[in-house]
Ligand binder design. Structure first.
Ligand code: CA
Length: 226
């Protein structure tokens, strides 16, 4: 099992590497965030041990960048003592687990083995329709490089359209998948949300990808569709 250790405290990094190597891991060390990101992109690691406070690029940014690139290598973040905010942020940015410094070597190895047993989590793949990208796992969407600012409901409607990109979905389908069964309001709410979506997803980019198919429903156009 090959690990990337991103840790700028040289003595700690060296002792961790020594211990982990003894336990049978192959360990590469990066001493700053930029090098860590580069190594993580270039090599197929089984897991990454990631410090937060790093020169160049901190651990949160590094972790988020990898996740944004759909790199799901399991990440164990090293957080400061009493850093509840750090722990929450670690998980929010896409780390799989965290360990509070200082920690015993036995705990580090146990956590790593647990992470490796779980493997890279099966996150929903990013959905694509042309240059529209929808990430259901992180509930974010982009048009090209531009991140779209969507409400939770708008995102859900877009996600459903993207899962069925190129196909017509009926108003009833959208209602059934995006609203819960208790919704007993006007089904035209779907039309309203589709309109909101167009204003954010299509209009600013001069596009008309969210289509109304008269009498049938809606379709998210794929580039190959006429
Ligand atoms: Ca540090």
């Amino acid at each position: 099992m090959r690990l990337l250790l991103v840790e700028d405290e040289r003595r700690l990094a060296a002792s961790l590497k020594r211990g982990l190597t003894t336990d049978g891991f192959a360990v590469d060390v990066a001493a700053d965030g930029v090098e860590g990101l580069w190594r993580a992109r270039e090599n197929p690691y089984d897991a990454i041990v990631l410090d937060i406070m790093l020169p160049g690029m901190n651990g949160f940014v590094l972790c988020r960048t990898l996740r944004d690139e759909a790199n799901w290598t399991p990440i164990l973040m090293l957080t400061a003592k009493d850093g509840v905010d750090d722990q929450v942020e670690a998980l929010d940015t896409g780390a799989d687990d965290y360990l509070v410094k200082p920690f015993s070597h036995a705990i580090l190895v146990a956590r790593l083995r647990a992470l490796l047993r779980r493997g890279a989590p099966k996150r929903p793949a990013v959905l694509r329709a042309g240059d529209l990208m929808v990430d259901p796992g992180r509930r974010r969407a982009w048009r090209g490089p531009v991140m779209l600012s969507l409400t939770a409901r708008e995102f859900s409607v877009l996600e459903y359209l993207a899962r069925n990109a190129g196909h017509v979905v009926s108003k009833r389908d959208v209602l059934a998948h995006v609203w819960d069964e208790d919704f007993d309001g006007d089904p035209n709410i779907v039309e309203v949300y589709v309109r909101y979506l167009r204003r954010k997803v299509d209009l600013p980019f001069g596009r008309q990808d969210v289509q109304t198919v008269r009498g049938s429903g809606y379709r998210l156009r794929l580039p190959e569709d006429a």
